[in-house]
Design a protein around this ligand. Structure first.
Ligand code: AHR
Length: 324
């Protein structure tokens, strides 16, 4: 599906458009708002946090691609996994009249008001990584990220095929995030809801993943499999399982999503059993999309980053070649 978004059209649609605004729009969507080189694209990027190895790699990829040399003036704000921080950053970007607002929403809901305000300002939105559920019509021009549902499904299919009788504890990501909701849906569709004997969130962090599994070991003594929505929480689970005198990967099998280097090392060491990739290195594709949006070219509504899967046959060579 293709769709165009014009900053000028957005402004014209806004009821409060002024003659002055129209004059400045006639310079084109890549106008610099009055500061510096008019070819420079001013991007406000609200990253949701720094909660995981995946997030760190994604931030590095975005910063490495949206550089001055590549024609960008990037304002990067880390929201520390708090939606209110993201909303504040988005409002600041409106005030700064950036050319494009990009953001990775920490959860799916609660964006209606700010998305409407951005729309009224005429600034195009590029959604990164996670998704939103909103009543605002056409809230973003384009989205780039992974198919979280498919990731959950791939993890579940491996479990259903290799450990059909597993008693599974699900270590969920941040509740209400696209990554949690969709991975859970895909996984449950593959293994069947009855296979999951318990679940709790670890908020995508190693520390909270460990705490959740410490409690699960007490509450669900029968569990013999953990599906962690990311590697970091899976690594927290390893710590909790070892501290309880059990062997991760054997007594309790672990399936995760992300495939960051630490996760794949755990797989090679036999502590994880299966890992579904979620590739965070898409800064170059994001930069290209932003350029197209500013040039008012047609862009795909969705760009899905392709993921692979890994089992314990992973080689040292594959591990060494890992970028993140
Ligand atoms: O939204 C992507 C997810 O967010 C990654 O799987 C996880 O590690 C991160 O925190």
């Amino acid at each position: 599906m293709f769709r165009t978004f014009s900053k000028r059209a957005g402004l014209l649609a806004a009821a409060t458009v002024s003659a002055l605004a129209l004059a400045s729009c006639s310079q084109g969507a890549s106008g610099d708002g009055g500061s510096g080189d008019s070819d420079t694209i001013r991007v406000g990027f609200s990253q949701l946090g720094a909660e995981s190895g995946w997030r760190t790699a994604n931030t590095e990829s975005v910063k490495a691609s949206l550089t001055e040399d590549a024609g960008f003036d990037l304002t990067f704000v880390d929201a520390q996994q708090k939606q209110e921080n993201q909303i504040k950053a988005l409002r600041d970007f409106i005030d700064q009249d950036v050319d494009v607002i990009a953001f990775s929403p920490v959860i799916e809901t609660g964006w209606d008001e700010v998305l409407q305000d951005i729309k009224d300002s005429g600034i195009p939105v590029v959604l990164v990584d996670r998704t939103v559920t909103t009543t605002v019509e056409d809230p973003y021009v384009t989205w780039i990220g992974a198919d979280f549902r498919l990731e959950g499904e791939m993890a579940g299919e491996w479990v259903a095929e290799n450990h059909p009788d597993a008693k599974i504890f699900q270590l969920q990501g941040t509740l209400g995030s696209g990554a949690q909701v969709d991975r859970e849906e895909g996984f449950e569709a593959a293994v069947g809801a009855d296979a999951i004997i318990g679940e709790a969130t670890g908020n995508f962090t190693r520390a909270e993943g460990k705490v959740a599994v410490e409690a699960a070991l007490q509450a669900y003594p029968d569990m013999d499999m953990i599906f962690a929505h990311n590697d970091d929480m899976g690594l927290g689970a390893v710590e909790a399982i070892e501290a309880a005198g059990l062997t991760p990967g054997e007594d309790i099998k672990i399936v995760t999503v992300d495939a960051v280097r630490d996760g794949l090392q755990a797989l090679k060491d036999g502590k994880f059993n299966y890992v579904v990739e979620c590739n965070p290195v898409f800064g170059d594709q994001l930069a290209e999309l932003i350029k197209q949006v500013v040039a008012e070219e047609d862009v795909p509504l969705e760009t899905v980053v392709v993921d692979k899967t890994f089992d314990q046959s992973i080689t040292q060579e594959e591990l060494d070649a890992r970028l993140y």
